[in-house]
Design a protein around this ligand. Structure first.
Ligand SMILES: O=C(O)CNC(=O)[C@H](CS)NC(=O)CCC(=O)C(=O)O
Length: 275
């Protein structure tokens, strides 16, 4: 019998304002999965709902338990691990977390990360400006979790610009880093690929970035270009536009050879104190 090869998939979506429709897109895509197991399916930021307003997202947050149950059942049905990109998780009456949940193939919730860096940014595109913190509560816990795919570090979208988080993830053992995203077209064109490649190269981790793409019902446009990078910074698979998935198999032996040959983490001078 051949050895099971851990495989990771990033699903690219153009989520709309209706969670039920977005779930249906997910259900349809899951029909087309490869048969190899163990398999981790990664969804983009805001896969469940990409609303017109924070108040609409707040309503969906109140249904979070029901949607998590549905995702858990899909994991069991397909025997897959699932990174549920982000979906709103209630914080209080006025705010939600942008939560990134990870389910195992038994449908158990094994980790949850709340987006730490919020996109309060003015971008020169058709929207006025983004004020994510108006409705989103920032998380404050760094999350790394063990899995058949290696140790997985969780991050989300705008986090990508804050390399200190990624350094911390490697210190906590990360080998695979997820970056579910909904990048704007303007900033995506300028920064998406180089930032992801830099994070892969400097952390010597696999980087899996499932992205939103295209013109959305809420009026926004996102960059797409879902991508999987090796710990050497090579692009293993990429999807510029369209609904669908990309996949790559992981070779953790190769990752550890890269780290042995070029031990940048042990060369690091900036820890708690400058050594
Ligand atoms: O609001 C939602 O419903 C879903 N969340 C998003 O779209 C988030 C917050 S507005 N987008 C980003 O973080 C883009 C980051 C980016 O584009 C960059 O760093 O350049």
């Amino acid at each position: 019998m051949s050895e099971a090869i851990p495989t990771i998939i990033a699903l690219q979506m153009c989520s709309g304002v209706d969670p039920e429709q977005n779930i249906q897109t997910l259900v349809n895509q899951l029909q087309q999965l490869p048969t190899t197991r163990p398999l981790l399916v990664c969804l983009p930021e805001a896969f469940l709902v990409f609303s017109k307003s924070g108040n609409d997202t707040l309503k969906v947050a109140k249904q979070a338990e029901r949607y998590k149950q549905q995702l858990s059942e899909l994991c069991q049905l397909h025997n897959i691990w699932l990174s549920a990109g982000t979906m709103p998780e209630p914080y209080n009456d006025n705010k939600y977390y942008a939560a990134s949940h990870l389910f195992n193939a038994q449908g158990e919730l094994v980790a949850s990360y709340n987006k730490m860096h919020l996109f309060d940014v003015t971008v020169d595109d058709s929207t006025a400006s983004y004020r994510e913190s108006d409705f989103t509560q920032a998380g404050n816990e760094v999350v790394v979790v063990d899995s058949p795919f290696g140790k997985i570090g969780l991050t989300v979208c705008y986090d990508l610009r804050f390399s200190a988080l990624y350094t911390q993830l490697v210190r906590q053992g990360a080998e695979v880093i997820l970056v579910p995203s909904a990048f704007t077209v303007v900033t995506g064109q300028a920064h998406w690929q180089p930032l992801l490649a830099a994070r892969a190269i400097e952390t010597q981790c696999y980087v899996i970035a499932a992205a939103q793409y295209g013109a959305h019902e809420n009026g926004r446009q996102t960059y797409g270009h879902s991508i999987i990078l090796s710990p050497w910074g090579n692009t293993l698979s990429e999807l510029p536009t369209g609904t669908g998935f990309i996949s790559a198999t992981l070779d953790l032996k190769q990752l550890h050879k890269i780290r042995r040959d070029m031990p940048v983490q042990s060369h690091q001078r900036f820890r708690e104190h400058l050594l």
